[in-house]
Design a protein around this ligand. Sequence first.
Ligand SMILES: [Zn+2]
Length: 242
Amino acid sequence: MNTETKTIRVREIDIAIVRKPIKNLHLGVYPPSGGVRVAVPLAISDEAVRLAVIDKLGWIKRQREKFTNQSRQTLREMVSGETHYVEGCRYRLDVLESDQRPSIKRRRNQILELSVKPGTSSDKRESILYEWYRELLKERVPPLIEKWEAALGVELSEWRIRKMKTRWGSCNREARRIWLNLELAKKPPLCLEYVILHELVHLLVRHHNDAFTGLLDKHMPLWRQHKAELNQAPLRQEHWER
Ligand SMILES: [Zn+2]
């Protein structure tokens, strides 16, 4: 499909505009941080998009607020019964208290057992979980980087896992370094692999142009699906007529 992406800024909010051969505008607020994307028909001007977005600004702000409140809630309490995701699967958190070193175990692919000392705060429990996510990525990432370095004929000098608010990954071409979002530990393995491939392709092609998507098509024909899955489950979406 013929698409073109650009970003405009409306009242301090970055809006990604994706032009496609479609009939109506589709507006969505997406994870991980409430990014706003609007898909629009090819013939609509930036100015018309800007006006349409301003018209929906109240709605966008409400969705973004809900989003931050929601992630705060689910992340902060860290009590038994909460849902947490690991590698694309849904787990029920089970908090146990013990005097052993804190640990996390996956049970029957359904239960995430967090064992902590009595009286451990929610914040501390959360940081134990995130440390575990980080360790998980440290295991998963190196073989994938090796695989795709070989396939693309590139070499990284460094990679890091970071907490990032607005991006799943980033690439510093000069330093030949990529950063991966810690939140990727929650996503299906193929989504993680797509982000790694995407960032490595940036060592060869800076922009998201035809050469870039051509390489993705060649090496990972289903990349659009993985990308969509990564950004799926927007809080809410809205469609409106032109
Ligand atoms: Zn990119």
